[in-house]
Design a protein around this ligand. Sequence first.
Ligand SMILES: [Fe+2]
Length: 439
Amino acid sequence: MPFKMKKIKSSLVISAIMSLILSTGCTTEAKGQEPLPKGEDLRIVVATDIHYLSPKLRDGGEIEKYVYENGDGKEIGNMDLILDAFVEDMRKDPPDVLVVTGDLTLNGEKKSHEDLAKIFRKIETFGVQVIVTPGNHDISNVYAREFKGDKVDYADTVSPEEFEDIYSDFGFKDAVKRAEGNLSYLYKVSEDLYIAMVDSAVYKNNIENGYPATEGIVSQSSKVFLEESGALARENEADVIVAMHHNMMNHTTFMNAGFTLENAEEMRLLFRTQGFKVNLSGHIHIQDIHFTEEVTDIVTGAMSVYPNKYGIIDYSDGMLEYATKWVDIEGYAKGKGLSEHYDFMSDARERFKVFSSVRMKARLEGLIDEDSVSRLTELMGEINAYYFAGEKVPADVFDDSLTELLPEDDRTRFYIEDRKSGDLYENNSLIIDLKKQGN
Ligand SMILES: [Fe+2]
């Protein structure tokens, strides 16, 4: 797509917007920025689960290493490299909009938010409008920490107001409609296409609970906001893409509590009523597209986890085409002469295989013989490397004679058999007609 200077980003209207805010029931309306005119082809990039930890809060020491090795594959120490490569991808081929669907930070650290905002600001210099919504890790997270040497220290987190303040240029300031009491807002990309950014995170009681809630829900005021957004879109014959951190439906057969919205069924009904076809989400870290009850939930894989992907949406006259791309980390490293990262993806794949099988390995030791444990660990790592990329695991990866060594009710055996049966969906690409019923 050729470079397009933003017509939609106009700082001239910003002060006018603030004075034009009108209150209507549960939502707030504003003029917003100048959207692109009707009939424009648009490109939207979607990234999620960046889980950024500012370099100011880590030093590569013992405790950071421990956190990394005992985590779930988040490339904490490599995120600056990954984001530098992503910025370069955005510079080379700038979309109209970059949508970030939450879990911007590792654990809601204020410094991580501030430093990530600087990276978004850089992306906006390429003519890209960045718009964000929070995830379960981002606000009032009492787990915010810094990791220096062998010490863990408390780090400041952010309130919802501080989150909005830090990211005011990344959606909030240019919103044409706001939900009351949370961070949901409507962003007009063009006269044809609106994006409803839904705040599905539940953070109000985090401080008094002493832990951050994982689950998500679309609140009453966000439901009203979505209904009003739908009415506005119908009035103007525009299409709507919804984006939020949590998933609109189950994406696995084994891990859904806390991932799928608490009121997912009700939301799918609301989608049908409003004619919304697509939700963009993240949270579960795997790449997965699922379709239920006329709603398609596109889960883009976590950028912080192998294979460090993002999604690209091309929109033209009501047709939405989604595809994924790996951040070109090796290309970036080669351009900068960072020789230690020339083979980043194969190194990251090996690291991810270890992360994703280490707990199973510990559990199986003593249960079956040592050689079988190591072969099963390798098998599990291979399966997960394909699974997280949203790719079907090749049949020759499986080894029934090995899996059958496990007790019939063993959860690893269940997981492997579940992956073998695979799913029927293509997880990395999709074409959908936003106007047509029953896609
Ligand atoms: Fe999440």
